[in-house]
Design a protein around this ligand. Structure first.
Ligand code: SF4
Length: 461
């Protein structure tokens, strides 16, 4: 990362996390940047300093979507251009990990694409964020999480124990990874080795990651909320991963409080932090929390103060398996908009247990074959997605999600079929029977429901 990006990164992270930095930047930008050592020394010509100040301030405003008058066109702001180019480079790397050819099974690829399309249809905020992806495999190397952030969107339970790197466990781990790569393809390495866990709770976390890299060829991303608790350990981890991996966002620090941000900025040298995103999760930050998991209780406690702090979106990036190596469980998850029924932003379709690699393989195959279906099963009860609004027009029926929609011709028994499915979950087979549909009509009906299923308007229970 070059100096311009480092300067903007440092400035932006403080701008997002710290309201007093933000207001000082608005009123005395040059002084604030010099105080923090972001701007070059006083030897630099005055006009350069003032242009750098303006560019940094405007870059922060643009990246945070703050209102206000902006004078420098985006294409003339070199900080912004370089920062965005670097972000895109990272995004391309993560997109490569889930590219079509990363999937060994075309059916899983299609289903994964459908899940993403559904989530984007359900939530317009997601449509604005291209970087949000879903991965078919996540591991947890602890049972529970010691940190217990009050905003935890997946409601991590209290830490109980870790998966130790014993010879037996290490052997099982490597076998499971090999099976996963054989079955899923390269995409098996695209997820992470934490979900409702804190990676560095497990004293052997790094050793599992080095094995993960050796087997899958990929370094999974690690986000830690305790970067100030174990800096030497994290430095050694960075050293072992190497600069290319760190540059590709292998490591991210979650910031839980302003004092933690200051501690981290004191503990780590700027060169050490230059490729590590400091994700502001402190309550004063501009970032919003997911209205799911512990966030629901936090929202209630915050009352009026929490009005704009929460957004209804799921933070679960798993569409597929969550494997807990301590409990030896494998759960098939689908991301969901948080609701009373799915408060943590995901639904668990089925849970299986395993004791060895063979059982893991059998369970994994069964779960994907049962639940990751790109085609609508004819014998499963269908229902409309809770966000779907149905509008009948003269010749067609419109289906609306959050700001997007589609329409289908109202021919055949389609109108009646929509009515039946709206009333109660109904299988396609039941629909054919109720409508006395011949072969051609049944096929046309299937095609229409399949079209809606691929876009997420219809789900199966
Ligand atoms: S957000 Fe992460 S670190 Fe915090 S409680 Fe949840 S799982 Fe643990």
């Amino acid at each position: 990362m070059n100096t311009d990006i480092s300067s903007l990164k440092y400035c932006l992270e403080n701008y997002v996390a710290d309201p007093s930095f933000r207001s000082r930047m608005q009123t005395r930008p040059q002084e604030t940047l010099q105080e923090h050592g972001i701007l070059p020394d006083t030897q630099t010509p005055r006009e350069d300093v003032s242009s750098d100040t303006e560019m940094l301030l405007e870059a922060c405003c643009r990246l945070c979507r703050c209102s206000g008058e902006l004078r420098i066109p985006e294409e003339q702001n070199r900080y912004l251009l370089e920062f965005r180019a670097h972000q895109q480079e990272i995004m391309r790397e993560y997109e490569r990990r889930i590219a079509d050819d990363a999937y060994a099974d075309r059916r899983l690829l299609l289903w994964s694409r459908q899940v993403r399309r559904r989530c984007r249809m359900e939530n317009r905020q997601f449509r604005r964020r291209d970087a949000i992806q879903y991965y078919p495999l996540f591991f947890e190397l602890s049972d529970g999480c010691s940190v217990q952030c009050p905003f935890c969107g997946v409601d991590a339970p209290l830490w109980k124990s870790d998966f130790a790197y014993t010879p037996e466990n290490a052997g099982l781990w490597r076998e499971i990874l090999q099976i996963s790569v054989r079955y899923l393809g390269r995409v098996a390495g695209a997820g992470a080795c934490y979900m409702a866990t804190e990676p560095f709770d497990n004293p052997d976390y790094e050793r599992f990651i080095y094995d993960f890299r050796a087997v899958t060829g990929l370094v999974p991303q690690t986000t830690t909320a305790v970067a100030d608790r174990c800096p030497e350990r994290i430095r050694a981890f960075m050293e072992e991963l190497g600069p290319d991996a760190v540059r590709n966002a292998a490591l991210r620090f979650s910031i839980r409080s302003l004092s933690q941000l200051r501690r981290i900025q004191e503990i780590y040298r700027p060169e050490e932090l230059k490729d590590i995103e400091l994700l502001a999760n402190n309550p004063e930050s501009l970032n919003q929390y997911s209205l799911s998991g512990k966030g629901i209780r936090l929202r209630a406690r915050m009352g009026e103060k929490g009005r704009d702090k929460f957004l209804r979106y799921g933070i679960c990036c798993t569409a597929g398996l969550r494997v807990n190596m301590v409990r030896k469980t494998m759960e098939f998850l689908e991301p969901e908009l948080p609701s009373e029924m799915f408060p943590n932003g995901y639904r668990i379709r089925e849970t299986r247990t395993f004791t060895d690699a063979k059982e893991f393989e059998t369970g994994m195959r069964r779960l994907f074959e049962t639940w990751a279906l790109p085609e609508l099963p004819e014998d499963a009860p269908l229902q409309f997605n809770g966000v779907c609004r149905i509008v009948e027009k003269e010749t067609c029926i419109e289906f609306w999600g959050d700001g997007v929609g589609c329409s289908l011709a109202k021919d055949g028994g389609f109108r009646e079929a929509i009515r039946l499915v709206s009333e109660e979950p109904t299988t396609l087979t039941q629909l054919y029977r109720a409508l006395s549909a011949g072969e051609g009509d049944a096929l046309r009906l299937w095609q229409k429901f399949q079209y809606l299923y691929e876009r997420g308007y219809v789900r199966w229970a």
